[in-house]
Design a protein around this ligand. Structure first.
Ligand SMILES: *Cc1c(COP(=O)(O)O)cnc(C)c1O
Length: 222
């Protein structure tokens, strides 16, 4: 697959181990038959944005692959998200984390998740501001059924990938700062950043998960 080769090259350019970078194949709006083809071709992690849309697909395809929730998650969908997804990239506040924890207790699950950071301050973007992330992680450390394993961000849209680089650097620095705090029981290693237009730059700056849709499935049709 072209995208895997490009990921590999970007990792090697910066002396990183390509095996440590996960490709989340974003399948929102993509129909079942094409998702099945992708799985046949070797895809093991799928990313979806909407609980409602994902539910049908996950019921059909099952958990032979991992399903990651990458879109904004409303508190009233937490229950379904906990049931359906293997990983949640979009924890954007303490109340959502608490609700997921509560639902996960009921299901006897432990939910793996990331804190979504809004680095640009754009009102149209979800996520919490950098200053609040440390608080969130301290708080979640006391919850038994959700763990925050890293950070996720979505920079503003640019047509030049280089322009996204400062955001990727800032997310990495924020992660490093949290690691230095040495919060007990917390390992904040993951960096979910980079999409079709800029995943190579994100990998150069330390991404451990890239979320790629268009470069694999082509333009989305809504
Ligand atoms: C849709 C989406 C992606 C994938 O975007 P592409 O440009 O198609 O690769 C990645 N992350 C999030 C949060 C998305 O909503």
């Amino acid at each position: 697959m072209r995208v895997l080769e490009r990921m590999d090259l970007a990792a090697r350019r910066t002396g990183r181990d390509p095996g440590k970078i996960k490709l989340i194949v974003v399948s929102k709006t993509v129909e079942l038959a094409r998702i099945r083809e992708a799985i046949k071709a070797g895809v093991t992690i799928l990313g979806e944005n909407y609980v409602q849309e994902a539910r049908g697909k996950i019921e059909e395809i099952g958990h032979g692959v991992q399903w990651h929730m990458i879109g904004h998650l409303q508190k009233n969908k937490a229950k379904h998200a906990v049931t359906l997804f293997d990983y949640i990239h979009s924890i954007d506040g303490i109340t959502l984390a608490q609700e997921i924890d509560r639902r996960a207790v009921q299901k006897g699950k432990r939910v793996r998740a990331l804190g979504e950071v809004n680095l640009s301050g754009e009102a149209s973007k979800f996520g919490i501001v950098s200053e609040a992330v440390v608080d969130l992680i301290h708080h979640v450390a006391s919850l038994k059924h959700i763990s925050i394993e890293g950070l996720m961000t979505m920079p503003p849209y640019f047509d030049e990938p280089e322009k996204a680089r400062p955001y990727f650097i800032r997310l990495r620095e924020l992660r490093d700062r949290i690691q230095k705090e040495g919060i007990e029981g917390v390992r904040v290693d993951e960096l979910s950043m980079g999409m079709s237009g800029d995943f190579e730059v994100a990998i150069e700056e330390g991404a451990t998960m890239v979320r790629v849709g268009t470069a694999i499935f082509g333009e989305r049709r809504y």
